[in-house]
Write a protein that binds this ligand. Structure first.
Ligand SMILES: C[S@@+](CC[C@H](N)C(=O)[O-])C[C@H]1O[C@@H](n2cnc3c(N)ncnc32)[C@H](O)[C@@H]1O
Length: 172
């Protein structure tokens, strides 16, 4: 007979006891993502990979994260983006952070070739319908695309962001 498998509750006890602090090495930034469920999913991914989440400091994002937060008060570190997204992004660049956009564009790095983040990195995700604005894409250090062989034009943004976050965190 095979040995009993460890159950999720016991596995969780072996991991860290609470939420992680501000690691700041990887910041997932869904600056244009609108839907509560997608923001909630990305918050859980940040918790899982040890990343921070950055979102605009607006009532919409605050409310969306209240609704989407299923981590019962142990949510990861949130960076509030203000006063403007463009200004915040320029600050990140100035501070030496690498800006990586997840987007299907010419010249993007295919996900299997993406290296884990070796320096502080901001991971940008686009709007559910309009993607990452073109003027922002022109300024980023790298774009990453997730190869697709199916009929759909793109993946759900929280799925796309989670796949790339795992890779940048060196966990896949
Ligand atoms: C549903 S897609 C947006 C599609 C939009 N109609 C467009 O053409 O830009 C929402 C976001 O998910 C991410 N995304 C979805 N599928 C992707 C893929 N295969 N590769 C890279 N990013 C992807 C990107 O960040 C994108 O901005």
């Amino acid at each position: 007979m095979s040995a009993p498998r460890t159950k999720p509750r016991e596995l969780r006890a072996q991991r860290r006891r609470g939420r992680h602090g501000c690691w700041d090495h990887l910041v997932v930034a869904p600056l244009w993502v609108a839907y509560d469920a997608n923001l909630g999913t990305l918050l859980r991914t940040c918790d899982a990979v040890g990343a921070c989440l950055a979102v605009p400091r607006t009532p919409h994002y605050r409310a969306a994260l209240e609704v989407g937060d299923t981590l019962r008060g142990r949510r990861p570190c949130i960076h509030w983006v203000a006063p403007t997204k463009e200004g915040w992004l320029a600050e990140q660049h100035k501070a030496g952070r690498r800006i990586v956009a997840v987007e299907l564009v010419d010249g993007a790095t295919p996900l299997p070739r993406l290296e884990p983040a070796r320096s502080p990195t901001v991971l940008l995700l686009g709007h559910e319908h309009h993607g990452v604005p073109d003027d922002v894409l022109a300024e980023v250090d790298e774009c990453v695309e997730i190869p697709m062989v199916g009929w759909g034009a793109s993946l759900n943004v929280a799925v796309a962001g989670s796949l790339v976050a795992y890779r940048l965190a060196g966990l896949s």
